[in-house]
Design a protein around this ligand. Structure first.
Ligand code: ASP
Length: 318
């Protein structure tokens, strides 16, 4: 018997309509369903664009998805695409269960020509009820592709093929409501996130960036994500600023290229990867800055100490 599926409506374009897209009065059900049979009630958890989601709302949505999935149901979360990466990863960080949790949305509102919401929703429902997608963690289902929550990025602001996994490629595909996976990612232990209130900001290395921004923000944040150039490089002055910040707060480094990793022992100039690692900066080169930010927020909201934070990111340092 196929797995029952629950639908959580968390807003976004898929639940919007009108000449200037706005949340539809009845949410997803009145906006986007088209001919898609739902086989169950839709729970409305938010009626906003994803940039308007509050931290508590995001945590509530993720917890509810995990709760339903832990009871054995497949779960589809529909939400805004702009920040779907973060919501998917938050669910994934909280979840170590088997039943699929699948996020989807739309690039075109329900009333726009060529609306993509119904097709994405139909695909996501098929994935959530499938046996193939069990045990692989949280997925984003978009335009017939499946992406792992840790790898997915919104790669296009407007195209209906708006999502990709630049570092690894899609995890699988869905066609005619059949799911095929090309890989099964390694699962991580779930994190017990109590709050999502830590302030974590992202700073970036660029041409002639000297790290002054780090000194300006370090006292106002609970953690920093730094986007390093290339395979983990920065100017010496920037490194010293991070060393100062590091005495007070956790600092996580990701790589600026989309297919990222932070090296270990290739370069020896001041500010190369060896200095970054020696400074106690946690390296997570395979993650996007936004994925690292939400992961660090989750770690801090779970009260993890420095060693535990490093363990959470270890598999993203490859
Ligand atoms: N463009 C967005 C969407 O696809 C708006 C949002 O993220 O809520 O839903």
């Amino acid at each position: 018997m196929p797995r029952p599926v629950r639908i959580l409506d968390a807003g976004g374009t898929i639940a919007m309509s009108g000449p200037l897209a706005r949340p539809a009065a009845g949410g997803l059900e009145t906006a986007a369903i088209g001919e898609v049979p739902l086989a169950g009630p839709v729970e409305i958890l938010a009626r906003t664009s994803s940039v308007q989601l509050e931290r508590d709302q995001a945590l509530t949505i993720a917890r509810r998805a995990c709760e339903l999935a832990a009871a054995g149901d497949g779960v589809v979360v529909t939400c805004g695409t702009d920040l779907m990466e973060e919501l998917a990863l938050l669910c994934d960080l909280l979840y170590a269960g088997q039943a699929p949790i699948v996020l989807t949305g739309a690039m075109r509102s329900a009333s726009a020509p060529g609306a993509d919401g119904p097709a994405n929703l139909r695909d996501a429902l098929a994935v959530a009820r499938s046996a193939e997608a069990a045990g692989v963690g949280v997925l984003v289902c978009f335009a017939g592709e499946l992406h792992a929550a840790r790898a997915v990025r919104k790669v296009d602001s407007t195209s209906p093929t708006g999502f990709g996994s630049p570092g690894s490629g899609p995890l699988g595909y869905v066609a005619e409501e059949r799911v095929s996976l090309v890989a099964r990612p390694e699962r991580r232990p779930a994190i017990e996130v109590e709050r999502l209130d830590a302030r974590v900001e992202v700073v970036r290395v660029g041409l002639a960036a000297d790290g002054r921004v780090v000194d300006l923000v370090a006292d106002a944040v609970d953690g920093l994500v730094v986007v390093l150039a290339g395979a983990g490089h920065l100017a010496p002055a920037y490194l010293r600023a991070l060393e100062r910040a590091r005495r007070r707060i956790p600092v996580v480094a990701v790589a600026r290229p989309q297919r990222g990793s932070i090296l270990r022992s290739t370069y020896g100039f001041e500010g190369a990867e060896g200095d970054v690692r020696a400074a106690g900066i946690v390296c997570a080169g395979a993650l996007s800055a936004d994925a690292a930010r939400i992961t660090l927020m989750a770690c801090l909201g779970a009260g993890l100490d420095a060693d535990a934070v490093a363990r959470v990111f270890a598999a993203d340092d490859r």
